[in-house]
Design a protein around this ligand. Sequence first.
Ligand code: PMP
Length: 359
Amino acid sequence: MSRYWSEGLADLDPYVPGEQPRDQKTYIKLNTNESPYPPSPRVIQAIRDAASSSLRLYPDPTCMALRETIGGKLGLPESRVFAGNGSDEILAFAFAAFFRHPEPLLFPDISYSFYPVYARFFGQNAQPIQTRADFSIPLDEFLVPNAGIALANPNAPTGRGIDPALLLPVLEHNRALGRVVLVDEAYVDFGGTSAAPLVGEFPNLLVVQTLSKSRSLAGLRAGFALGQEELIEGLERVKSSINSYTLDRLALAGAKAALEDEEYFQETRAKIMATRENATRSLRYLGFDVIPSQANFLFASHPEMQASRIYAELKAAGVLVRHFNKPRIENYLRISVGTDEDMSALAARLSAILGRPAP
Ligand code: PMP
């Protein structure tokens, strides 16, 4: 608290990102859903070229070349694509652009923990919808008056995916209300199904994706949104009222190159999905209850030991995972999918911690 702060600043409840330890080498880092693989070599080359040729100049504020590449891949014109500094920035812009209405803003109670933070920041009244005991989402409960709906698909931190066909009633309901449905597809490339093909039919659908996870670019900060022109223009208006150059020249060049290297993308995401299935089996063998995941992480609890204790013991043993000290999920761990070797090391340490034979 400080006398210099604007009114309301002290009441915010900022998001707390997963730990980034200073000495990364000593940990197997499975706590922030980063890719265990480096980005495509073509990304590094593109960044080198951009760095040596043009840093003196401002970047393109419209991000046109990147938006054309994204649109080209997804069969959408660039006018239906927005590019941003990671999907967190796009989510913030979308909350500001579309969710300020008198009714409550809806999202599941167990979902990405940035949603309530944005809602608070923008002074929006949010009403969490309780997920079921298995963390599946009761979509019919969203069919009420609302200021907008935010859904992560696959959901975080559970990893559960929903078939976008099941979203149709929610999209139709909100189309009739004149309210936006934001589908946050940060993890969709790991086995989920995108709602992007529905953009043409639903002027109230905004799909948000990121290059942080499946393109191994968490450190670059690039994401994009897909929607009809009115929504893209809404995002542009917010962006251009804050910062014209959210993506720098290195990020624009690197993100474009990442999207162009389809073969590398397919190879790394397939490896991560295969490792996830093996890791799910190992964790179940060790007695964990593991939610079926369509993401690059697993959400698991153990009937014999508190998640907070497993988290602390794993950390002491050099493995970082994520524990959310939040009602309903305090006994779960979110474990990012690393390499096969990372996951074998995790299983070996868990077997020692739990006193059970290794898988
Ligand atoms: N959405 C969800 C559901 C996430 O888990 C994350 C990662 N924390 C993001 C969006 C943001 O990712 P980024 O800003 O790196 O694109």
